[in-house]
Structure formats: structure tokens, C-alpha cells
Design a protein. Structure first.
Length: 135
């Protein structure tokens, strides 16, 4: 259990930093995409902002559990295994979810692209952290 929780917490902090940095980068680099968040489809209640900050830890713990169960299947070097893990996560979980969101919500493909890129980076970074802490 310790090999799941410790790497999950470490990855959670790394993904939190990535998420906040990604948010600021999106606002700075793509202000048109950032303006879409003012659509009524997005809940702007400050009472729910903690959900945003807890999300990286939830993802990190889920991926840490998945890593512990799946790592034996991955072969190759440190970087190869971490990247492969991130790409598998993107293809199995992220892409189908983005497809569903695009079909069900009024969001632009550009916004979905930023979400997809962030999720792929989350998977890659988490995979590298898990490979280092729980090889």
C-alpha cells in the first residue's frame, strides 16, 4: 500500500503544479480559449474551487494504483516505460472522455485540445514519477 500512496501523493503535487501552470499558460497564451470558461456551462461557484485543486490528487492516486497493477507489462528503459504508461492512459481514458464531452457539451475543439494535452502531460509525468518511486 505504501508503494501506491507515497508515489500517488508525490505525483499529486506534481500534477497540481502542472494544472495551475497550465491554467495560467492557457489564459496568457490563448485568451480566446480562456474566455470560453465564462460560459454558463461552467460553474464558477467559489465554494467548489477545492474540487479543482483536489482533482490532480484523485488522478494521481488512481494512476498510482493502475501503475502498481500494470507496471510488469511495460518493458524498456525508465523513460520508455513512463511515456508508454502516459500514452496508454491517454488512449484508454482521456480520448474517449474528450469524445464524449465534445458530443455532449458546447465546447470548442480548441478547448478540448488543451484539456487533452494537459491530460497526456499528466499521464506522462505521473508515469515517470511512478517509474522512479515504484519501479
Amino acid at each position: 500500500m505504501k508503494k501506491i500512496i507515497i508515489p500517488g501523493i508525490v505525483a499529486g503535487f506534481a500534477l497540481l503544479i502542472l494544472s495551475v501552470a497550465g491554467l495560467y499558460a492557457t489564459v496568457w497564451i490563448f485568451p480566446g480559449i480562456a474566455a470560453q470558461y465564462f460560459d454558463p456551462a461552467f460553474d464558477m461557484q467559489s465554494s467548489r474551487v477545492m474540487i479543482y485543486y483536489l482533482h490532480p490528487f484523485i488522478i494521481a492516486m488512481a494512476l498510482s494504483f493502475f501503475w502498481a497493477r500494470f507496471k510488469a507489462v511495460l518493458t524498456g528503459s525508465f523513460i520508455t516505460r513512463g511515456i508508454e504508461f502516459g500514452l496508454i492512459y491517454a488512449l484508454v481514458a482521456v480520448f474517449p472522455m474528450m469524445w464524449l464531452i465534445y458530443g455532449a457539451m458546447s465546447v470548442s475543439i480548441e478547448m478540448l485540445a488543451t484539456w487533452f494535452i494537459l491530460a497526456v502531460l499528466q499521464g506522462l509525468i505521473a508515469g515517470l514519477i511512478y517509474e522512479k518511486l515504484n519501479p
